[in-house]
Design a protein around this ligand. Structure first.
Ligand code: UFG
Length: 337
């Protein structure tokens, strides 16, 4: 069976994708520097799939090691590149770390893949590339707006680097997947999101508040022009997202791609407000959540949800889980921590 390199494979989306790949019969080799992941995630992957993926702990910013690694693993049929820094606020404080982590590593990987007769590459992109889109739902044709953070900029630059590489070398085939808001955990509760410190994202903050780790959730603003005044996002179950990677990879391996650089939105197509997410949590947990409305958070966009037609029809993939399914899995995972 084909061997796939998953960079950042011990991270949140990476680990769920490794599970999906192994369950589909792929051999997986993970590269992760454990900067934002735990080695214990390997135990979770083993418990779910019965297979321990190959794992190498090194930093992809080390160009020489990256070269050596790819020479040693010449038989790799595809690369799914998750390894990156992802905290918007941190990227504003430490932009050079973000450019180095997210851009240099991408270049080093592509430089090696560029030498192959046939390279298949899946890139973790983000709906952040659209900024506050003018039209909802957001299609892949929506304009790429000026990035609001260095993190967002690394995703825009990353896509541009891949696009140019694919244009110059038809042996490189790539798909950029623009994620909306991933939430939830594997149904086994053996892997899930592991935020370090105080969570910045809504769902881990909600589940930690439900578990008594945080006292109260702050809802950032209720005076936005939305149905209930709180911001709207497209929350997608991480297992649905992981499965989309499998489908995208198979498309490249089967040479079904229409272009050697393609882009797809990965969302559910449904927007949910912050208050709707809270209500969903309260339904699945049978708890009342302690929350208060506070000032808006700087940099938040009002609304973002995906037009999923392209992913549905071209990729043949559709998110299956509801918001309640995802919140239920997030809550079950939280209770194991
Ligand atoms: N929110 C709260 N309270 C919190 C945390 C979040 O009310 O404690 C609200 C936010 O204001 C926002 C919504 O919940 O309206 C979602 O916030 P998240 O931080 O969970 O997600 P974002 O949509 O802000 O950010 C996500 C990814 C980023 C990515 C961005 C692109 O986490 O990596 O989408 O738009 F850059």
């Amino acid at each position: 069976m084909a061997k796939i390199l998953v960079t950042g494979g011990l991270g949140y989306i990476g680990s769920h994708t490794v599970v999906a790949l192994q369950e589909a019969g792929f051999k997986v080799v993970i590269v992760d520097n454990l900067s934002n992941a735990s080695i214990k995630v390997l135990d979770g992957i083993l418990a779910i799939t019965g297979k321990l993926p190959e794992f190498e702990n090194f930093d992809l910013r080390d160009k020489h090691k990256t070269q050596q690694f790819l020479k040693k693993h010449e038989d790799i049929s595809g690369v799914i590149h998750f390894a990156a820094s992802k905290a918007v606020g941190e990227s504003v404080e430490n932009p050079l770390l973000y450019y180095e982590n997210n851009v240099n590593t991408l270049i080093y990987l592509l430089q090696e893949l560029n030498k192959k007769d046939n390279a298949n590459f899946i890139f973790s992109s983000s709906c952040t590339v659209y900024g506050q889109a003018d039209v909802m739902p957001i299609t892949e044709e929506a304009p790429i707006k000026q990035a609001e953070s260095p993190y967002g900029n690394t995703k825009q630059i990353g896509e541009a680097i891949i696009k140019d590489t694919c244009k110059a070398n038809k042996n490189v085939n790539a798909i950029a997947l623009r994620y909306f808001n991933p939430i939830g955990a594997h149904k086994s509760s053996k892997i899930g999101e592991l935020p370090i410190g105080v969570p910045q994202n809504l769902v881990p903050y909600i589940t930690q508040t439900g578990a008594g780790i945080r006292e109260q959730l702050s809802v950032f603003g209720d005076d936005y022009p939305t149905t209930d005044g709180t911001c709207v996002r497209d929350y997608i179950h991480v297992v649905d997202l992981a499965n989309a990677h499998l489908v995208a990879l198979q498309r490249l391996l089967d040479k079904e791609n229409q272009n050697n650089f393609e882009v797809f939105n990965l969302g559910t197509g449904t927007g949910s407000s912050v208050l709707e997410v809270i209500k969903s949590f309260e339904r699945v947990s049978n708890k009342n959540l302690n929350y208060k409305i506070v000032e808006r958070r700087e940099g938040d966009i009002v609304s973002a949800f995906a037009d999923t037609k392209k992913a549905n029809s071209v990729l043949g993939w559709k998110a299956k889980s509801t918001l309640d399914d995802a919140m239920d899995s997030a809550w079950k995972w939280q209770q194991t921590l």
